[in-house]
Write a protein that binds this ligand. Structure first.
Ligand code: SF4
Length: 246
């Protein structure tokens, strides 16, 4: 009689907290909108944005993160992403939460080493990419938090000048963009002031209207689009809201 091998429990340092892995879906935001992508959403964040649409990854006041983001072995994450089509022409987008919280772990290294194809990372711009992350990640979508998004955290926690300068250099090299959220005109002006103060490359800035539904996104979009154009920024959709997909 043959027995299937008993799966061994992975060492803790070989795991990452995973909220969800899904795809392929069109990337919904920013310059890669429409590109086929598999998303890996990791748990935990160092910020607490009130309009966050990923509270399952960090909000311990509402969720048991052990249940919403259980640890998964890096090799299991890779297998799940590949089963959904990661690699070849499909991107893998590692999101969160704040995924760069994990970049110094062995599991992160295993993940980045084993994932095939292009890897994109979505970050809140408070942690600089180091080592393998810097080498292996093709594109960083960096979203510093301003306006309503940043309302719950002090500015010094949300806006880290040395990290923004680092990502600005990557943006100049074509490897990063900045994606801000704006719900109204004063928030667009706050973004413009931050871009000016930190010398972020204007042509690498996207502004995405605040909205968690196609309707609310459209309302905010109509309110801000003209001013976004006047500042020379790009405008980001949220394709997944319009299509009613993830
Ligand atoms: S940084 Fe992103 S994941 Fe973290 S709380 Fe803010 S919106 Fe949510």
């Amino acid at each position: 009689m043959s027995r299937s091998p008993v799966p061994s429990t992975p060492a803790r340092e070989d795991t990452l907290p995973v909220q969800e892995i899904f795809g392929p879906v069109p990337q919904g935001e920013g310059p890669y909108t429409g590109r086929a992508a598999v998303f890996v959403r990791l748990g935990r964040c160092n910020l607490h944005c009130p309009p966050c649409d990923s509270k399952l990854t960090w909000d311990t006041s509402r969720y048991d993160l052990g249940a919403t983001c259980p640890p998964r072995a890096a090799e299991d994450i890779v297998a799940a992403a590949v089963a959904l089509g990661a690699g070849d022409h499909r991107l893998t987008v590692i999101s969160g939460g704040e995924p760069l919280l994990w970049q110094r772990t062995r599991a992160w290294e295993m993940l980045l080493t084993a994932l095939p194809g292009k890897i994109h990372v979505e970050s809140n711009g408070t942690i600089s990419p180091t080592g393998l992350t810097r080498q292996r990640v093709a594109h960083f979508s960096v979203s510093p938090k301003t306006g309503a998004m940043g309302a719950a955290d002090p500015a010094k926690r949300r806006i880290v000048p040395s990290v923004l300068a680092d990502f600005a250099r990557l943006a100049e090299q074509g490897r990063a963009i900045f994606k801000f959220v704006a719900g109204d005109l004063p928030e667009v002006e706050e973004i413009a002031e931050l871009v000016r103060a930190h010398g972020l490359p204007q042509g690498r800035v996207w502004v995405m209207p605040l909205g968690d539904s196609a309707e609310s996104w459209e309302t905010a979009g109509r309110a801000v689009v003209e001013r976004v154009m006047e500042h020379g920024f790009h405008f980001s959709g949220r394709l997944h809201l319009a299509l009613g997909v993830r």
